[in-house]
Design a protein around this ligand. Structure first.
Ligand code: IPD
Ligand code: CA
Ligand code: CA
Length: 250
């Protein structure tokens, strides 16, 4: 299956239906509750309905953020977040993305993220590297004392904030993981036990293929499970020394 073609055309179709709603109050209207107990906004529903309809003919299993797990008895499972960063979207903050990952059994085989506003398309295949718009991307080597981290903490372990130069919390972890992958951030952490596989499945693969280290709260390699509801902590960094500092503070 040509996952890259499917993902790209789906991302562009989602873009077409959602962008007219960007920054509107309609986009942010609550239309229900999702499987993890979060509200579903109008824009989430519009985007997800399109994704589900388009994936249906493939007969694959689907894990999607609002609707949850659809088991079609396939070897393949698509873990998708049609809009990551829907608060930003509705509020008119231009940081949000379409996140699409494919697993064969429990193993990731493909991941992509479409960042709508600059219109960047990020992709990765295990063992083949990470790409932005077809060009290879890599994490950067952090400069000591000049680190830039995205850090979702909810008040925990805030001592870390004093040990880095910049903290940027952008509200769409899929996008933030691509920023790590292309060397715009040195780390992305969420220690609220809050992110779900739909938020990070594609981003973790892209970041790893660009050279990032991605672990759980203990520094153990993070495994992304095929679930729409399981919540986890995540630490993704471009260098061992940063991981060490972070683990000391947690
Ligand atoms: C959210 C984003 C955000 C993270 C939240 C998620 P959503 O996803 O990934 O970065 O902090 O935990 O819920 O709801 O906008 O798809
Ligand atoms: Ca999300
Ligand atoms: Ca979402």
């Amino acid at each position: 299956i040509a996952w890259n073609e499917i993902a790209r055309s789906l991302a562009l179709d989602v873009e077409k239906v959602v962008m007219p709603l960007f920054g509107t109050s309609r986009a942010g209207e609550t239309v229900g509750m999702n499987v993890s107990g979060d509200v579903t906004k109008y824009v989430d529903k519009v985007a997800e309905d399109l994704v589900i309809e388009r994936l249906k003919p493939l007969g694959v299993n689907i894990v999607s953020e609002e609707i949850g797990f659809i088991d079609n008895g396939s070897d393949y499972t698509v873990v998708v977040d049609p809009i990551d960063g829907s608060y930003n979207f509705a509020a008119g903050i231009p940081i949000f993305a379409f996140s699409f990952a494919v697993f064969k059994g429990k193993k990731p085989v493909y991941g992509s993220i479409h960042e709508f506003v600059p219109r960047h398309f990020y992709e990765a295949v295990p063992g083949e590297g990470a790409f932005m718009d077809g060009e290879r991307i890599y994490v950067r080597k952090p400069e000591r004392g000049k680190e830039a981290l995205s850090f979702y903490t909810r008040g925990r372990c805030t001592g870390l904030i004093k040990r880095v130069k910049r903290v940027r919390v952008l509200g769409a972890i899929a996008v933030e993981l691509t920023y790590l992958a292309k060397g715009a951030l040195d780390g992305v952490l969420d220690i609220r036990n809050y992110v779900r596989p739909t938020d990070i499945a594609a981003g973790v693969l892209i970041a790893r293929e660009a050279g990032a280290i991605v672990t759980d709260e203990r520094g153990k390699e993070l495994e992304v499970h095929l679930s729409a509801t399981e919540q986890t902590n995540v630490i993704a960094v471009n260098d061992e020394y940063l991981l060490k500092i972070i683990l000391e503070e947690l």
